[in-house]
Every structure is written in structure tokens, then in C-alpha cells.
Design a protein around this ligand. Structure first.
Ligand SMILES: Cc1cc2nc3c(=O)[nH]c(=O)nc-3n(C[C@H](O)[C@H](O)[C@H](O)COP(=O)(O)OP(=O)(O)OC[C@H]3O[C@@H](n4cnc5c(N)ncnc54)[C@H](O)[C@@H]3O)c2cc1C
Length: 402
């Protein structure tokens, strides 16, 4: 496996990579040698996505190795993820709209077949555009694509194949090992000009040829224009919910989800008497994506069990209200601690769970990491004003992972 599946392996990858996170990264990061080639980037995105390692740890390691100026470009890329997550967190409507659009468009496809043919060719990787077809197969086989490839893929999908961005984002979301509601949805929106008003990304054959080291000829004609997608209304930001604090005197269970598999790095209050995890990741993931998420979850649960000296339990696949109530009742819990989940299917479930548990006298406490707490409220405008907060993020105390 090309991607670390345990925290130990992710930390090893991080420390192996940081000597390259300076000038080499800034100069070469857009080059992509393909699945067999030498990586020019860290390949840490699946691990960061499920928080085998956190953005705080990744940025700190890069700065320690390269100094702030040397690591600036890499740290900024790490912070793009934080920015997108913080931005979407404050505009849940954008996430809900995308999901509704996908359902509507899939129904339309079935009904009138408007895009059916082009859509089928795209999903099968048989469009005749050599790079695009290879990337489709790479995505399905490996669950990952290089950043510049994702930009070119999305651009060809929308402007050359004239398919709706929402369906492309759904294809990515199903397969990407790092599939993230924020980075994926907003990455696609950025390509079609919905995030930076009127600014689209047009894939260029010469650039694809060059950045792929000549692996692709790109003889098939690509779109020569990228007209922005009709602008939609971006709702004003809703400030993130206040940080919750755990009661150190409560009888507490720890609950691990696929959103954060390093709960043992949180500052946990008092004694924890029970430990459980849920394998739910929402949606209909491709088998490889599911398998990788389960491996990361198993590693997270093992580490928490060792740290707490507890026998880990599994709550059912969709952690329904009854299963969680049952777990809490069996251990006579009055508090369940989990990591705060950003916008996405796990958060949706936690939102349903919290009031149901509260009715039983069990408080669901979602602990937010200091990095998120500082960053999210600053993601109200564009990335450039957000960047001003990076020095503050880097200055967070080393033990402020929680
Ligand atoms: C259309 C589109 C969809 C995308 N969907 C996702 C997604 O679902 N999940 C995801 O994690 N990233 C997504 N990205 C961002 C980016 O492509 C990946 O994070 C990156 O390719 C990961 O490779 P790496 O770990 O080697 O990154 P590195 O270059 O080593 O960067 C380190 C880390 O910084 C973060 N990062 C780097 N570049 C970006 C970026 N442009 N945007 C956001 N975060 C970034 C990632 O967490 C990454 O692991 C998307 C980009 C586009 C254009």
C-alpha cells in the first residue's frame, strides 16, 4: 500500500518526507510521475483526512525541518485543507445543495439520458483523451490522484466533456481515500469558478504533457475556454458552534469515529470506563476506500485501547440511536466523548445522537482540536486573508493538540 494505514507509519512517512518539504517541494510539487513514479508530494492526505496525523503535527514537523520560510509553500498547502474545512463548516447549505444536486442529476440521467453517453464513457475511462482515461483507471485502482491531476481532471470533466461538476465530485468522493466533504466539493467548485467569482481552471495539453514527464500525448482536443458555471448564492457564514468542555467527574465513554482516529492525542479528562468505535463512513464508498478507512479506524481503536487499558467494542455500522443508548446504558455512562466531526455524514449522525442521548441523561461532548478552533472562524473570506492566521496556528503550544 502506497499510503500509511497506521499512525506509526504516517509519522514515519512524515519524518521521511520533511527533508523534501522545502525548496524541492516548492519546485516540483506540480509534477506527477503517476502511480509507479517517484512522488513529489507527501502522499499523506488519506492519513490527514482521518487524522492519523493532524495538520498541526504535519505543519510543525515541516517547520522544524525547514524553518518557516523554507516550509512556507508546504505549510500553506496543509492550510488549504484547514481553510476549506473551516469555510464549509460555516456554510452547511453548500454541502446539502451538492448532495441534493447529485440525487437530482442521477435521477435525470436515468430519465432523459441527456448526458448518459458522455457520462458512461467518462466513468469507464474510454473517452479517447489519453490522460483523462488513465486518471480514471488510476483513481479506481489506487484511490488517489495528484493535486494537479485533480485540477486537470475536473476541468476536462466540466469543460471538455461538458458534464456537471456535481457528478464529477461524486465520482471522486466515492473513490478517493482522502475524500473530504470540504476539499472535494470546494475543489470542484473552485475549478468551475464558483469559489473565486468568475475564475475557472482551464486544463492545458502542453502543461499536462510537461507535468506528467511526457507520459501523455494529449492529442485529443481539450476545451479552449472555461466559462464560469452560473454563480450560485453563497450563504453568509454561520459561526462554528462553541467549543464543548468535558466534565472530569462524569462516568465517561470514549467513542472513536472515522473522522479522527487519534483520540488518544486529545487531552482526555478524568477516567474513561468504556471505549467503542463505529465503522460508519457514510455514502457508498468504493471497496478500497472502505477498506483503508477500516484499517485506520482499527489502528486508532487499538491505540486508544492500549492507552486506556480497555477492551474496545464496536457499535453497529450506522451507530443508530438505539445501539448508542444501549452501549451507554450497559456501562452506566453519563458522558460520551468523541472528536468534533466537521461537516459530513458522521457529523450528521452525531447531530441526531446528541439530543437522544441527552434525553437519557448522557451528554455527548465533541472535543475540538485547538488548530480547528483557532482556524475555522477565520475561514470567512478567501484563502489570502485566512493565510494571515498561519503564524498563530504554528504558534499554538506543542501540547495543544486537543
Ligand atoms: C477537484 C479537487 C478535489 C480534491 N479533493 C480532495 C479531497 O477530497 N481530500 C483532500 O484531502 N484533498 C483534496 N484535494 C486537494 C489535493 O488534491 C490533495 O489534498 C492532495 O493531492 C494530496 O496529496 P498529498 O498528500 O501528497 O499533498 P501534499 O502536497 O504533500 O500536501 C500535504 C497536505 O496538505 C493538504 N493539501 C495539499 N494540497 C491541498 C489542496 N489543494 N487543497 C486542500 N488540501 C491540500 C492535504 O491534506 C495534503 O495531504 C482536491 C483537489 C482538487 C483540485
Amino acid at each position: 500500500m502506497r499510503f500509511p494505514l497506521t499512525r506509526d507509519d504516517a509519522l514515519t512517512r512524515l519524518y521521511d518526507f520533511v527533508p523534501l518539504a522545502g525548496r524541492a517541494y516548492a519546485a516540483r510539487r506540480n509534477h506527477d510521475g503517476g502511480p509507479e513514479g517517484k512522488a513529489t508530494t507527501s502522499l499523506l492526505s488519506p492519513a490527514i483526512r482521518r487524522r492519523l496525523v493532524s495538520e498541526a503535527e504535519v505543519a510543525a514537523a515541516a517547520v522544524a525541518a525547514q524553518g518557516y520560510t523554507g516550509a512556507e509553500k508546504f505549510v500553506q498547502e496543509v492550510c488549504w485543507r484547514t481553510y476549506w474545512v473551516g469555510w464549509l463548516q460555516q456554510r452547511p447549505e453548500i454541502w446539502m445543495r451538492w448532495q441534493a444536486d447529485v440525487m437530482r442529476m442521477e435521477a435525470m440521467l436515468a430519465e432523459d439520458g441527456k448526458w448518459q453517453r458522455r457520462y458512461e464513457l467518462a466513468l469507464a475511462g474510454t473517452t479517447g483523451i489519453d490522460c483523462f482515461d488513465a486518471w480514471v483507471h488510476e483513481l479506481i485502482k489506487t484511490g488517489w490522484l495528484h493535486n494537479h491531476v485533480r485540477m486537470s481532471f475536473a476541468s476536462i470533466w466540466c469543460f471538455t466533456l461538458r458534464l456537471p461538476w456535481q457528478l464529477g465530485a461524486a465520482f471522486f468522493y466515492k473513490h478517493l481515500l482522502d475524500a473530504c466533504p470540504a476539499s472535494n466539493t470546494l475543489g470542484w467548485r473552485w475549478v468551475v469558478g464558483l469559489q473565486t467569482a468568475g475564475k475557472t481552471y482551464l486544463a492545458r495539453a502542453d502543461l499536462i504533457r510537461d507535468l506528467s514527464g511526457g507520459r501523455f500525448m494529449v492529442d485529443a482536443p481539450l476545451a479552449r475556454e472555461a466559462a464560469p458555471w452560473p454563480a450560485d448564492i453563497i450563504p453568509p457564514p454561520i459561526p462554528p458552534a462553541p467549543v464543548m468542555r468535558a466534565d472530569p467527574t462524569a462516568r465517561t465513554g470514549l467513542f472513536v469515529t472515522t473522522e479522527d482516529t487519534s483520540l488518544e492525542t486529545l487531552a482526555l479528562p478524568g477516567a474513561i470506563v468504556a471505549l467503542a468505535a463505529t465503522p460508519d463512513i457514510g455514502g457508498t464508498p468504493a471497496p478500497l476506500k472502505h477498506q483503508v478507512a477500516m484499517a485506520m479506524l482499527a489502528d486508532g481503536l487499538d491505540r486508544a485501547a492500549t492507552r486506556l487499558g480497555l477492551e474496545p467494542e464496536r457499535v453497529d455500522a450506522t451507530f443508530g440511536v438505539d445501539a448508542m443508548r444501549d452501549w451507554a446504558a450497559r456501562h452506566r455512562l453519563t458522558q460520551i466523548i468523541t472528536a468534533d466531526a466537521p461537516i459530513g455524514p458522521v457529523k450528521d449522525r452525531l447531530d441526531v445522537l446528541a439530543p437522544a442521548l441527552a434525553a437519557d441523561g448522557v451528554q455527548l461532548v465533541r472535543l475540538r482540536r485547538a488548530w480547528d478552533d483557532l482556524a475555522w472562524p477565520r475561514a470567512t473570506k478567501g484563502f489570502f486573508p485566512f493565510k494571515a492566521a498561519i503564524p498563530q496556528l504554528l504558534a499554538l503550544p506543542k501540547n495543544a493538540l486537543a
